[in-house]
Design a protein around this ligand. Structure first.
Ligand SMILES: NC(=O)c1ccc[n+]([C@@H]2O[C@H](COP(=O)([O-])OP(=O)(O)OC[C@H]3O[C@@H](n4cnc5c(N)ncnc54)[C@H](O)[C@@H]3O)[C@@H](O)[C@H]2O)c1
Length: 327
């Protein structure tokens, strides 16, 4: 047996943002809703001397033969050293023996895929059927992955992007017009972007919310995926008062980081029964969008069960790839 080592390059050859990877992540949400998942809270380690921090996420799924432990870091001085600023890896462990099966040195590629796939699952059940214009706030890595995933589940004619750094938005428009084969234009501000879009994805690490309730219009879906820490917030709390459907990946975590955490902290009562989990929607226990004119919002902070699902899925495609180390 031994331990299989796969690099980012290996993983990029076997895994893409496509319907099979979106389906793999959708299955993970269904497992959560079926009570099949044991998922501890995120473990967070601060390393202030070097401006770094490390998050550890994991989940065991009853019935799966293996599970992943993801060690994801943020070391923002790494750029000076020519190293990635978000190094990450997953260790895949046998659920039967506790032995390591694989080490996935993905530099956060698996996280990017599973996060984009979660965005596509949210859009599949919550976005209106007709999306002519899609909006992306934040022209970084997730801005690119999320719109690629959205294109798998909705056919839009054009994209608007906004980034506080105009040059990044311009580059995004050029790159993504080529990749998506639909026109991508830069919006002057978030209000203009939302006004013209039926599906909007917010992909920034902002600590100052910018999505204003006055921007909302009937038939709008928003996926907010940037807020994965308590101090991050993209959506103004009063936006949630205007939403017909509020969803998240997992309530317990969403009430402790990001949008729903900050909204409740601002005194807005988000009764837990009003906030649906994606797992409840994909497994038919709760309804997603029921009418084209509803306003829906989904808050994603990223869960360990998505990591286990994508690692397991990647390994099913890894035949012959990587290096096997015998113990
Ligand atoms: N929910 C999840 O599962 C999950 C997974 C991965 C990353 N994330 C989070 O998503 C966010 C985006 O990640 P990324 O890898 O794309 O980051 P990135 O650094 O590649 O891109 C972020 C972009 O947002 C822009 N930006 C920042 N603040 C802005 C603002 N107020 N208005 C407009 N643009 C703004 C930046 O200029 C940058 O271009 C981060 O907060 C990251 O931690 C969440």
């Amino acid at each position: 047996m031994g331990v299989l080592i796969l690099t980012e390059k290996d993983l990029r050859t076997i895994l893409d943002i496509d319907i099979p990877s979106i389906d793999a992540v959708e299955k993970a949400f269904a497992w959560l809703s079926a009570g099949q998942v044991s998922m501890p809270p995120i473990m967070h380690i601060e390393i202030p001397e070097h401006g770094g921090d490390v998050d550890i996420k994991s989940a065991y799924v009853k019935g799966l033969d293996r599970f992943a432990v993801k060690i994801g870091a943020g070391f923002f001085k790494n750029a000076r050293l020519g190293l990635p600023s978000s190094p990450a890896m997953m260790v895949v462990i046998s659920a039967k023996t506790g032995m390591a099966e694989a080490v996935l040195l993905d530099n956060a590629y698996l996280t990017d895929v599973r996060t984009a796939a979660a965005g596509a699952v949210a859009a599949r059940y919550l976005a209106p059927e007709t999306v002519t214009c899609a909006g992306v706030v934040g022209a970084g890595a997730q801005g690119r992955y999320q719109i690629t995933a959205l294109a798998q589940v909705r056919q839009f004619d054009r994209v608007l992007v906004y980034d506080r750094e105009r040059s990044l938005a311009d580059q995004y428009a050029e790159d993504m017009t080529r990749m998506l084969k639909v026109p991508v234009a830069v919006a002057g501000d978030v209000g203009e972007l939302v006004a013209q879009s039926q599906a909007v994805i917010t992909c920034t690490p902002s600590k100052i919310p910018y999505m204003d309730p006055d921007f909302l219009h009937p038939g709008l879906h928003i996926t907010a995926m940037g807020g994965d820490l308590p101090e991050k917030q993209e959506i103004m709390p009063k936006v949630f008062l205007k939403a017909d459907i509020i969803a998240c990946d997992v309530r317990a975590q969403s009430f402790s980081v990001g949008e729903l955490y900050n909204t409740r902290k601002a005194g807005i009562d988000l009764d837990a029964t009003r906030v649906l989990e994606l797992g409840e929607i994909v497994s038919g226990k709760a309804e997603g969008r029921q009418a084209e004119d509803q306003i829906s919002i989904c808050d994603l902070s990223g869960t360990g069960v998505q990591d286990t699902a994508i690692a397991d899925f990647a390994l099913t495609r890894a035949q012959g790839l990587g290096t096997r180390i015998q113990e």
